[in-house]
Design a protein around this ligand. Structure first.
Ligand code: AMP
Ligand code: MG
Length: 290
């Protein structure tokens, strides 16, 4: 196993994750190479060891964000996780977000809209779950379902979902202006790996709860989903809320990559520990005398 110096992430990543994974005008969902670990030179053992190390860095930064939130800083991070079933969204929450203090996390998952949700604008349920100041918000699925599954299955007329791209961009701009740093991640598994993961869910009684017969139906729509994701990337890859497209056949890689994206987002906030709003020396004296 490779030795990990303090700066192992710098030597094992030939190109930093935020740079190599960021979607561009030429990103093609159809051309994702599932055999690659873009930008990362190490092997699985290196990736796993590095994840633990970087988890500590992430956790320390998150504590600072939380501390600032407690003293009135309204800034937050919002991690938007998109991907089809078995892409590893749940594992991302458990293994990456699981490395930080749960007090500082606002987690929400979005499934088929409830009757009440359907009575409102599609952003209504999203707005209710936005992260509070000082928190890392995590969306397991998001408002993007309203231009993905909705488009693939014609749940509303095309002109309706077409209009949503501009609306989503405006919404995310508003959030950004209010101090929410948005990190958008689209996870993709290859059809073969998806089959393997669904098979495992059927073979293992402890995984039956994750299986949904509809998942196999959705597999029949993979090309349509790729088209829908391509449209999402083409239409909503803004400079204030860019997409990151991550091949997720190797869970260790996608988890490490998202950890790096979060660290990068937190570092950009240039956080410091909040200043005491009391006289520290005076308090020390009082404590000594108490
Ligand atoms: P899961 O993530 O496995 O709990 O599945 C949630 C399901 O809800 C997925 O099949 C999504 O496509 C579906 N879903 C999420 N948001 C919407 C939406 N706005 N309209 C229709 N289906 C949705
Ligand atoms: Mg599912």
């Amino acid at each position: 196993m490779a030795k990990h110096s303090k700066n192992a992430h710098e030597s094992l990543w030939s190109t930093p994750a935020p740079e190599v994974l960021r979607a561009t005008d030429t990103t093609r969902i159809d051309d994702i190479d599932y055999s690659l670990t873009p930008g990362f030179e190490g092997k699985k053992v290196d990736g796993q060891a590095l994840l633990a190390e970087r988890g500590a860095v992430l956790s320390a930064l998150q504590e600072k964000l939380y501390a600032n939130g407690r003293t009135g800083d309204l800034r937050s991070i919002l991690l938007v996780l998109q991907g089809m079933d078995t892409a590893g969204k749940g594992g991302m929450v458990r293994h990456v977000i699981g490395m930080v203090d749960p007090q500082g996390v606002d987690l929400a998952s979005f499934g088929v809209p409830t009757k009440q949700e359907r009575e409102h604008h599609y952003l209504w349920r999203i707005r209710k779950e936005l992260p509070r100041g000082g928190r890392i918000g995590v969306f397991d699925r998001s408002h993007y379902e309203d231009v993905l599954v909705v488009a693939v299955h014609d749940l509303v007329p095309r002109q309706v979902w077409e209009a949503r791209f501009d609306e989503i961009n405006a919404f995310e701009k508003e959030l950004t202006d209010e101090g929410t740093h948005i990190v958008k991640v689209a996870l993709f598994v290859s059809p073969e790996e998806q089959r393997r993961r669904l098979q495992e869910r059927l073979d293992r009684p402890d995984k039956h709860w994750k299986y949904n017969p509809g998942d196999v139906t959705e597999r029949g729509f993979l090309p349509q989903y790729r088209t829908a994701y391509q449209r999402v990337v083409d239409r909503t890859n803004t400079d204030y809320a860019p997409w990151h497209v991550i091949q997720a056949d190797r869970k260790w890689y996608s988890r490490l990559a998202v950890t790096e994206l979060l660290i990068d987002a937190l570092q950009k906030l240039e956080l410091d520990w909040p200043k005491a709003d009391f006289d520290v020396e005076h308090e020390k004296k009082r404590l000594a005398e108490s």
